[in-house]
Design a protein around this ligand. Structure first.
Ligand SMILES: Nc1ncnc2c1ncn2[C@@H]1O[C@H](COP(=O)(O)OP(=O)(O)OP(=O)(O)O)[C@@H](O)[C@H]1O
Length: 598
C-alpha cells in the first residue's frame, strides 16, 4: 500500500573516522580536569586489575608444583594467597567497571552540553528543523542516541583498552621474549598483524551500516513521536490503518538495515572468535621454542617443568590476549565510526552556521547603506525582497516598500500562502532578505506571537508556561495577582482550579489538553505579561469569537502595545490604523484605514 523514500548516506571507515574523533575530543573532554581525572582513575583501576591478574595467573603453576611435590604447608600457603588475590581481582574489576561508567556518563554530559550549546545558538535548531536540514537527518537523534553510543563505547571499552595496551604489551612482551626468545615474540606479533589486516578488510562496511541503522532508528522514533503528538487529528481522519502501514514501513526500513548490519558483522564476528580461541592454542605451540629449540628446561624436575609450562602458557596467552583485545576493538571502532561521522557532521554544520558562512549573502545585504528616512517611523522597507532560504531562485515577495509611522498599528492581509508569515520571519531576522528593512525598535522590545501556539513539554506549571521563555524566578515574570486578573479577562479563569497552585507542575501536557482557542488565549496572556512595546501577531485571534477578539485588542491598547497583525478576518480592520494588502508577490497596497470603530 504505502511506500517510503529511503535515502542512503555514504559514510566510510577510514582515516577520516579517526580524524573526526580527534576533532571531537575537545568536546568530549570539555570539562577537562574532571574528565581527565576520571580517565586516570579508570586507567589506574585497570592497571591494578592487570597487576592482580598477573599474580593470579601464575597461581595455577604454583599449585602444580606444590601438588606434584606433595608439599602440604606450601599448598595451604598458596591457597591463602590465591584467595586474597581473587578477592582483590574481583574488587578491582568492579572498580574498573564503575569508573569506566563514570567516565562514560561524564563524557556524555560534556558532549551533549556542547551539542546543545551549538544547537540552541543563533537559532541553529530552527535552521535544521524549520528551514533546511543541510543533510543532517534527525538532529535530535544525534544528540540523544548517537552521542550516547559514541561515549559509551569510548569510555567503557576503547579508552581503557587502548591506553593500557602499550604497557601490558611491553611487560608481557619482555616476559615472552625471555622465555620464547625473539622467534616466539615475533610469531605473536605476526599473528596480531595478520589479525589487523583481515579485520581492516572485514570491518569496512560496518561503519556505513552503523550510521544507516542510526538514521533508520531516528526515522522510526520520529514516526511514533509524530503519531503521539498528532493522535487526535489522526483519529479524526480515521487514519489508524494509514499510521499502522507507515509505522510498519518505517520499521521495515530499520529491520532491513539491521539485517544488513548483522550480516556485515558476521564475518568479522567469526574471525574475531577464531582469532581469540586460536590464540589459546598458540600459547602451547609457542612452548616449542624454550622446550625443543632452546632446550632451556632440560635440567628441571617434572614438577618444576609442569609449573614452568603453566607459567609460560600464562605469559603467552596474556600477550596474545592483549593483541586480541585490540583486534576485538576493531568491531567496536567500526561501529563507533558511524556515530563519530554522524555527530561530527552535526558539529561541522553547526560551526559553519555559527561562523555565518552560510549566511554570507544575508550579512552582505545588511551591510548595504540604509537609505530609509528617520525614526519617526516604526518600521520601513525599501525594495524588500525575499524567498525561502533553501532556494535563492524563488521570490515570495519582491520589491516591497512601505513606511509604518511610529505608534500606528498595521494589518497585513492577502491570500493564504502569499507570504504574510514569511514577512514576519524576515522582520524577526529568521529569514534573509534583499533590499532595506529598518526597524525603529529594540529587538528586546518586540514580541512575535506565532500562528501555531507552543507550550514546552515537561508538565510545566501554569506560571512557567506564562513566563516562558523566561525562568519563573526572573524579575520580569509578572506577579500572581496580575496573572489571575489577565486570565479572567481572557476567560481562562476556569483553568485555575484545574492547575491548583499556579507554581505547581501539572499532570498533563498543555498542548495535548487545551482547546486551540484556549491555547491561543493563553499564548496571548503570555505576551501581555511580557510587556513588549511592539507585538507581531500572526493570526492570533483566528480561533476565538469576535467578542473575544475585541477584548484581546482592547487589552493590547490598554497595555500601550503597538501591534502588527496578520489575518484574514474583516473584523480585524476596525482594530488597525493601516493595512498592507498583498494581492500578489510583486504588488502591494499600503493605505490608511479610515473606518475605525475605537
Ligand atoms: N521553510 C520554507 N521553505 C520553503 N518554502 C516555504 C517555507 N516556508 C514557507 N514556504 C512557502 O512560502 C510561501 C509563503 O508562506 P507563508 O507561510 O508566508 O504564507 P502565508 O501568507 O502566511 O499563508 P497563510 O495565510 O496560509 O498563513 C508558501 O508558498 C509556502 O509554501
Amino acid at each position: 500500500m504505502g511506500k517510503l523514500q529511503v535515502i542512503e548516506k555514504k559514510f566510510e571507515f577510514g582515516f577520516r573516522v579517526f580524524y573526526n574523533l580527534f576533532r571531537l575530543f575537545p568536546l568530549i573532554y570539555s570539562n577537562t580536569w574532571l574528565t581527565l581525572v576520571l580517565t586516570a582513575v579508570t586507567i589506574a583501576a585497570s592497571v591494578g586489575n592487570e597487576i592482580v591478574n598477573y599474580k593470579t595467573g601464575v597461581i595455577p603453576g604454583k599449585f602444580y608444583v606444590a601438588l606434584i611435590e606433595k608439599d602440604e604447608p606450601k599448598f595451604w600457603h598458596i591457597f591463602w594467597i590465591a584467595s586474597l588475590c581473587y578477592v582483590g581481582l574481583c574488587l578491582l574489576m568492579a572498580l574498573m567497571n564503575f569508573f569506566s561508567w563514570c567516565l562514560y556518563i561524564q563524557q556524555r554530559k560534556n558532549l551533549v552540553q556542547c551539542l546543545h550549546k551549538l544547537y540552541y545558538k543563533n537559532n541553529f535548531y530552527y535552521q535544521l528543523n524549520g528551514v533546511d536540514d543541510h543533510g543532517i537527518d534527525n538532529p535530535d537523534q544525534r544528540i540523544t542516541q548517537d552521542a550516547d553510543k559514541l561515549t559509551k563505547l569510548l569510555g567503557t571499552s576503547i579508552i581503557p583498552t587502548v591506553l593500557l595496551s602499550p604497557f601490558i604489551i611491553s611487560y608481557y612482551g619482555v616476559r615472552v621474549w625471555e622465555t620464547a626468545g625473539g622467534w616466539g615474540f615475533g610469531m605473536i606479533v605476526a599473528y596480531f598483524l595478520i589479525g589487523v589486516i583481515i579485520n581492516r578488510i572485514l570491518i569496512g562496511p560496518i561503519t556505513p551500516w552503523a550510521a544507516r541503522v542510526e538514521k533508520a532508528e531516528g526515522d522510526f522514533r520520529y514516526k511514533h513521536v509524530s503519531v503521539r503528538v498528532n493522535a487526535e487529528e489522526s483519529a479524526f481522519y480515521k487514519s489508524a490503518e494509514f499510521e499502522h502501514v507507515f509505522s510498519d514501513l518505517s520499521f521495515d526500513v530499520l529491520f532491513k538495515r539491521l539485517l544488513n548490519f548483522m550480516c556485515w558483522r558476521f564475518p568479522s564476528q567469526f574471525f574475531q572468535s577464531f582469532f581469540d580461541y586460536y590464540g589459546g592454542c598458540m600459547s602451547y605451540i609457542l612452548q616449542l621454542f624454550p622446550l625443543f629449540v632452546f632446550h632451556m628446561y632440560d635440567n628441571l624436575t617434572p614438577a618444576e617443568l609442569s609449573g614452568q609450562i603453566s607459567n609460560n602458557a600464562f605469559y603467552f596467552i596474556y600477550l596474545i590476549n592483549c593483541f586480541t583485545r585490540l583486534t576485538d576493538l576493531a568491531m567496536n571502532i567500526a561501529e563507533l565510526g558511524g556515530y563519530i561521522m554522524r555527530v561530527s557532521e552535526f558539529v561541522d554544520t553547526g560551526k559553519l552556521h555559527q561562523s555565518g558562512i552560510k549566511n554570507e549573502a544575508f550579512r552582505r545585504n545588511s551591510e548595504l547603506p540604509e537609505k530609509a528616512s528617520g525614526d519617526d517611523n516604526l518600521i520601513e522597507t525599501e525594495h524588500l525582497s525575499f524567498g525561502p532560504p533553501t532556494n535563492s531562485n524563488i521570490r515570495i515577495i519582491e520589491n516591497l516598500t512601505f513606511h509604518l509611522p511610529r505608534n500606528k498599528t498595521l494589518l497585513i492581509t492577502g491570500d493564504s500562502g502569499i507570504g504574510k508569515t514569511s514577512l514576519m520571519r524576515v522582520i524577526a531576522d529568521m529569514w534573509p532578505h534583499q533590499g532595506i528593512l529598518k526597524k525603529h525598535f529594540k529587538k528586546t522590545d518586540a514580541y512575535f506571537l506565532p500562528q501555531k501556539p507552543y507550550f514546552p513539554v515537561g508538565r510545566l506549571s501554569l506560571k512557567q508556561q506564562l513566563v516562558f521563555p523566561a525562568e519563573e524566578n526572573e524579575e520580569k515574570s509578572g506577579n500572581d495577582e496580575e496573572i489571575v486578573r489577565i486570565l479572567h479577562e481572557l476567560k481562562l479563569g476556569h483553568l485555575l482550579p484545574i492547575v491548583g497552585n499556579i507554581h505547581d507542575s501539572v499532570d498533563f501536557e498543555w498542548q495535548e489538553t487545551l482547546s486551540p482557542g484556549e491555547q491561543q488565549r493563553l499564548c496571548f496572556a503570555r505576551m501581555i505579561l511580557a510587556e513588549p512595546t511592539v507585538a507581531f501577531l500572526d493570526e492570533s485571534t483566528c480561533n476565538v469569537d469576535e467578542g473575544m477578539e475585541n477584548a484581546m485588542y482592547e487589552m493590547l491598547r490598554k497595555h500601550s502595545i503597538t501591534y502588527i497583525s496578520v489575518g484574514h478576518r474583516k473584523s480585524l480592520r476596525s482594530h488597525h490604523d493601516f493595512e498592507l494588502r498583498i494581492p500578489s508577490s510583486s504588488s502591494f497596497l499600503f493605505h490608511e484605514i479610515h473606518n475605525q470603530k475605537f
